[in-house]
Design a protein around this ligand. Structure first.
Ligand code: SAH
Length: 256
C-alpha cells in the first residue's frame, strides 16, 4: 500500500503511523507512508493556508490553492488530477470528511488491495474550501461525529487497511479471527492467571482439546454477535454448524 497524507499537522499523523505494527510494515517494505505538510505549498511570507469564510460566520476555512497544489504534487504527472489527464488515474484521492460514507471492514479490505497510490486529504478548522472536493475520488468518514481534523481519521483508515495486507501481521497475530473479518465479532480471549478475583477462565480453554476449543470459540463469537451486533448476522456467511450453535444459544437463553 502506497499512501501519502496531506495535512497541516504532519506531527499528528507521524505519531500515529510511526510506531509498532505500522512502523514494522514500512520497514518491511509492505507499506509506504509519506506525510506532506500542505503549508509548504502555501504562498507568501507567512505561508497562510487558511482564511476567513466568504459570507461571514465563525472559524477559518482552508484555502484551495495549497490543497490543489499538494494533491497535484502527490499524484504526480498522469494522475488524473487535471482534466487533460483525467483518463490516466494513477492515484486514488480520498478526502477525509464527516460527510462521506462511514469507513468499515469492507472498505479497509478494498484499500489494502489498492494498487494505485492512496492520497488522503486532511481538513482542519471549518473544513477545506468546497472547490477542493472536486479533487477527491471519494470522501470517507470515521463515523457520525466531528473531529477537529482529518489526521486521526486518515491514520485510523491506514492502520485498519494495512493490517489486512498479507505479511503485515505475523502468523500469530493474524487478522483472520478478528471481529468483522468473517462477518462476526471476535470470541473472548483469556490469559494467565486461570483464576483472578474469583473469576475463572472457561474450563474448556484449559482442556487442551482443540476441537472443543474451536467449537467453543465459534459459539462465543456467535453469542457476542447475537448479543451486541445482531445486525451483522444478517450478512454473515453461516455454516450448518453455526446454525446448530445458534440454536443451542437460543435454547440457553429461553431456558435461562
Ligand atoms: N464543518 C465540517 C467539519 C469540519 S471538521 C462539517 O461539519 O462537515 C475539520 C476536518 O476534520 C474536516 O475537514 C475533515 O477532514 C476532518 N473530520 C472531521 N470529522 C471527521 C470524520 N468523522 N471523519 C473523517 N474526517 C473528519
Amino acid at each position: 500500500m502506497n499512501c501519502e497524507v496531506l495535512t497541516l499537522f504532519p506531527g499528528i499523523v507521524e505519531a500515529a503511523v510511526g510506531d509498532s505494527i505500522l512502523k514494522r510494515a514500512q520497514d518491511k517494505g509492505l507499506l509506504d507512508i509519506k506525510i506532506t505538510d500542505i503549508r509548504s505549498f502555501a504562498k507568501g511570507k507567512h505561508k497562510t493556508a487558511d482564511d476567513a469564510p466568504f459570507g461571514g460566520g465563525p472559524g477559518m476555512v482552508m484555502k484551495p490553492e495549497p490543497v490543489f497544489e499538494a494533491v497535484e504534487a502527490a499524484a504526480g504527472p498522469g494522475a488524473g488530477v487535471s482534466e487533460a489527464e483525467a483518463d490516466r488515474p494513477a492515484a486514488r484521492i480520498i478526502l477525509m470528511s464527516p460527510q462521506g460514507p462511514v469507513f468499515n471492514h469492507e472498505k479497509a479490505l478494498e484499500l489494502s488491495r489498492e494498487t494505485r497510490k492512496l492520497i488522503f486529504i486532511c481538513g482542519r478548522y471549518e473544513g477545506i474550501d468546497e472547490r477542493a472536493r472536486s479533487l477527491a475520488d471519494e470522501e470517507l468518514s470515521l463515523g457520525d461525529f466531528v473531529l477537529s481534523g482529518g489526521e486521526l481519521a486518515a491514520a485510523a483508515v491506514i492502520e485498519a487497511a494495512a493490517r489486512l495486507i498479507p505479511g503485515v501481521l505475523g502468523d500469530e497475530e493474524s487478522a483472520g479471527q478478528d471481529s468483522f473479518y468473517d462477518g462476526l465479532l471476535d470470541y473472548p480471549h483469556y490469559t494467565r492467571p486461570a483464576q483472578y478475583r474469583g473469576m475463572k477462565v472457561p474450563e474448556v480453554l484449559l482442556s487442551g482439546n482443540h476441537a472443543e476449543i474451536r467449537r467453543w470459540r465459534r459459539k462465543e463469537a456467535l453469542r457476542a454477535t447475537m448479543r451486541k451486533r445482531p445486525d451483522l448476522l444478517e450478512k454473515a456467511a453461516l455454516s450448518d454448524e453455526d446454525r446448530k450453535l445458534m440454536e443451542e444459544l437460543e435454547n440457553e437463553i429461553t431456558t435461562g
